[in-house]
Write a protein that binds this ligand. Structure first.
Ligand code: ATP
Ligand code: MG
Ligand code: ZN
Ligand code: MG
Length: 468
């Protein structure tokens, strides 16, 4: 990829989130992740090219020096900042515009800075030998997997119903989604296979922005509200069928295909570096986490949380999310303490690393936080840093790449990141698990977090609990 000879015809629309738009290379296993701005700012960008460069460099640093150490480097590819020719970026923006889902078009792609994040394309893992069946990649945005137990929580409901489930009511009430998802993160993070299967089933039924499937690097399944080109569940199962047929079992029902597919995902989510056997399970999670809004709740006694294997991707994400120990309600006064201090001593902002740099010193600040509040600004800063890291972990995505194993394939030849062997009943895959979307959340976003929390809880208390 030569940065001075970029051609928009080599790139195609790949997907987008709330903050960035992603294009993928048609041949190389690469993506470019570009920033987005609110559409009202499209004429005059909210930041200079240097600031955009700094922002993306911060994303790289945060991912590689902070999140990677907390989540485990084996899951993370941090990428690098690139400077692109402005004409290329402009042409690209025109080219992808018609493929963008309408509900994302309140933001526009940054065409002014020429800066982007270049990452390996996690949906099309480079294969050392092309297989007959293209790889499948499944993206899950799991959201927060625990209930707050902080003494600062003022509304009892927050200790019973998880944030995702409450937020669903809020989003439906505000027209963001037509239907509520019955997915509950506490089921996914439970480590209990039945609960995890149940959670994934509901992600598939109502994907919203929490579930996507890519085949040959192309998104084939996600929120139905996103685009007309995407398939429904039946066509999806039709597409998945060849991956799960084997031997004599030629007449699998759709239900059996779905079950096997979900089974493979559960295996990948619970597997770590060493596969399933001999893995230490973290028993601290046992029995603790149930969300009263989960449909699975009715069977809670039979399916307590079992805890997650300590080298699994879910365990690492949950541990990092749980750095939010005080809940936004307990954190906010500490945020105000820092804010007040910065008003009095604005020059201390960089020393406290409020906006980075996100390096080892930042990580150390949050890891060496005193256990008790000693009234210091250092304590407050450490808790704010921890909270921001936890926010990132509540917002990240897991990408599971599944590559069907051909019979001839020699196990040892499996490529670097395709490890382990999932032996699902009907077929076998090599898999690799990655974590993406690890941007630092801005310091100022804490105020809006508190407001959103209040809105979600009051909406739920007003309407939610009563809805079927
Ligand atoms: P969010 O709104 O979830 O915060 P975001 O704007 O921060 O999203 P990302 O989640 O990083 O953006 O990227 C948007 C989408 O692009 C992802 O959901 C994923 O489908 C795709 N994507 C991002 N990075 C990669 C990658 N390295 N390889 C393949 N696909 C990617
Ligand atoms: Mg995302
Ligand atoms: Zn829930
Ligand atoms: Mg993001």
């Amino acid at each position: 990829m030569e940065l001075d000879k970029m051609d928009e015809n080599d790139w195609k629309y790949h997907g987008e989130g709330n903050k960035s738009l992603v294009v993928s290379h048609v041949q190389l296993s690469r993506v470019l992740r570009l920033l987005k701005y609110p559409a009202e700012d499209s004429e005059n960008p909210p930041q200079t090219a240097e600031q955009a460069f700094r922002q993306i460099q911060n994303i790289v640093d945060f991912s590689s020096s902070v999140m990677s150490s907390l989540l485990g480097g084996k899951f993370i590819r941090s990428g690098e900042v690139v400077k692109l020719p402005l004409e290329f970026v402009r042409q690209l923006s025109i080219k992808v515009q018609h493929q963008r889902p309408a509900w994302r078009c309140d933001k526009v792609m940054d065409i002014y800075s020429g800066c982007a994040l270049c990452l390996p394309n996690l949906t099309s893992p480079p294969l050392h030998q092309p297989t007959h069946t293209p790889p499948l990649c499944i993206e899950i945005k799991p959201k927060c997997g625990f209930l707050p137990s902080s003494k600062h929580v003022s509304k009892d409901i927050k200790t019973k119903v998880c944030r995702f489930c409450m937020h669903q009511h809020y989003k439906v009430a505000n027209g963001k989604w037509k239907r509520r998802s019955l997915y509950c993160p506490l089921d996914l993070f439970s480590g209990n296979r039945q609960r995890m299967q149940f959670a994934i089933r509901h992600l598939i039924e109502e994907p919203q922005n929490n579930f996507k499937i890519f085949k040959s690097g192309q998104c084939i399944y996600s929120s139905k509200e996103g685009s007309d080109e995407l398939m429904d569940l039946n066509s999806l199962l039709h597409q998945l069928r060849p991956y799960f047929l084997h031997g004599i079992n030629r007449h699998m029902t759709n239900k059996a295909v779905l079950n096997d597919f979900i089974q493979v995902l559960v295996n990948a989510l619970l597997g770590g570096g060493e596969g399933d056997e001999g893995v230490v399970t973290d028993r601290r999670g046992e029995g603790r986490s149930f969300c009263e809004a989960s449909v699975f709740n009715k069977e809670r006694t039979r399916h307590a949380s079992q805890g997650l294997p300590s080298d699994s991707v879910l365990f690492r994400i949950l541990q990092t999310q749980m750095l939010d120990t005080l809940d936004i309600e307990g954190l906010y006064p500490l945020y105000r303490r820092v804010e007040q201090y910065l008003q009095d001593f604005p020059k201390k902002r960089s020393h406290l690393q409020i906006d980075g740099p996100y390096n080892e010193a930042f990580l150390e600040k949050l890891q060496k936080c005193p256990a008790e509040d000693d009234g210091s600004v250092e304590y407050a800063v450490a808790k704010v840093h921890q909270y921001r890291v936890a926010m990132t972990a509540k917002d990240c995505s897991i990408m599971i790449a599944l590559v069907p194993r051909t019979e001839e394939e020699d196990e040892d030849e499996g490529q670097r990141r395709l490890r382990d062997f999932i032996s699902s009943r009907p077929s076998a895959f090599s898999y690799s698990v990655s974590i993406l979307d690890l941007d630092p959340k801005p310091f100022d976003s804490i105020t809006s977090q508190l407001r959103l929390d209040q809105k979600i809880v009051s909406c739920y208390l007003r309407t939610g609990g009563a809805l079927p």
